[in-house]
Design a protein around this ligand. Structure first.
Ligand code: SF4
Ligand code: SF4
Ligand SMILES: [Zn+2]
Length: 280
């Protein structure tokens, strides 16, 4: 049995949640598992995004394709009740009422120029709408008009970036900082070189202490700077500090849960196929 097999089951400890950003520590894991979770968050989650656009009117100097690309990349809130694009049997390019939501955009600049924003997009369902009203799409000059009908469907990030729910999906090893007070002369060189301010010398103390362990990038500049060999930085290669931020299409906790669910179903599928092979 190798070390990985002897490990306790992986555990997730949430550190913080701010806006659409989640930070957590994944413990008892290998790099392979941490990276599989990261990749699944980016590419194996169904989200809702505009998939097909019909340009009904466009007398602006911008090509239809340019405007359509901008519109398709506007993040929408995800409606999980929609049947994913690859699972619906309707066979329609624009989808059916079970797998697609229609969005429309009608904008015209009559007397003065008009900036068209994501908030001008109307959706037939409240559950699917732009995550922000303030994303600029195009500026219309006087007399210009844009009419668009778009069909949003559920798809995977691995098919196209518009379905990727994440803006950040990254991890690093959990740092370990050891300070040896008996060797330290309190010169403070390690503190001055530490850009993320992971260590400090508290007032009234003669030796450095860890101020913010998770801020440490494990660059080891402090070790190189220390003349007394009194500080040591390493990392726990079974623990990973994750940062997961979404576009707002789904909350980050849901992305994480769905990513783990997607990995589990892949393994189950793999196991079934192996069993079938054994029978033959
Ligand atoms: S390894 Fe780098 S980031 Fe970490 S405490 Fe040392 S200098 Fe600071
Ligand atoms: S650089 Fe070394 S000796 Fe100086 S304060 Fe830091 S740990 Fe102590
Ligand atoms: Zn359908």
């Amino acid at each position: 049995m190798d070390d990985e097999c002897k490990m306790a089951p992986p555990q997730i400890e949430i550190i913080s949640r701010e806006g659409n950003r989640l930070r957590f520590i994944l413990r008892n894991s290998s790099v392979a598992l941490a990276n599989a979770i990261r990749r699944a968050c980016i590419s194996e989650i169904y989200t809702t995004a505009i998939d097909l656009v019909a340009v009904v009117a466009n007398n602006t100097p911008f090509h239809d394709e340019f405007i359509v690309h901008r519109i398709a990349m506007i993040p929408l809130t995800t409606d999980k009740s929609l049947i994913p694009k690859d699972k619906c049997t309707c066979g329609s390019r624009t989808g059916c009422e079970k797998c697609a939501v229609t969005l429309t955009l009608r904008a015209e600049a009559r007397d003065q120029p008009v900036v068209v924003y994501s908030g001008d997009i109307q959706s037939e369902r409240d559950t699917v709408k732009p995550v922000s009203d303030k994303i600029p799409i195009i500026k219309l000059a006087r007399g210009q008009r844009l009419v668009i009908e778009a069909y949003a469907r559920n798809g995977l990030g691995k098919w196209h970036a518009k379905w990727q729910p994440t803006t950040v999906a990254a991890y690093k090893y959990l740092p370990i900082i050891k300070i040896y007070p008996d060797r330290c002369d309190g010169c403070g060189k390690c503190v001055s070189i530490c850009a993320p301010k992971a260590i400090h010398i508290p007032p009234g103390k003669g030796v450095p202490e860890v101020r913010d362990l998770l801020a440490c990038t494990t660059c080891r500049d402090c070790m190189r700077e220390c003349p007394m060999n009194a500080i040591e930085v390493s990392w726990d290669d079974t623990s990973f500090v994750f940062t997961l931020e979404t576009t707002g299409t789904l909350p980050p906790e849901e992305v994480l849960k769905d990513a783990i669910g997607a990995l589990i179903s892949k393994f189950e599928e793999f196991r079934k196929e192996l069993e079938e092979l054994e029978v033959k």
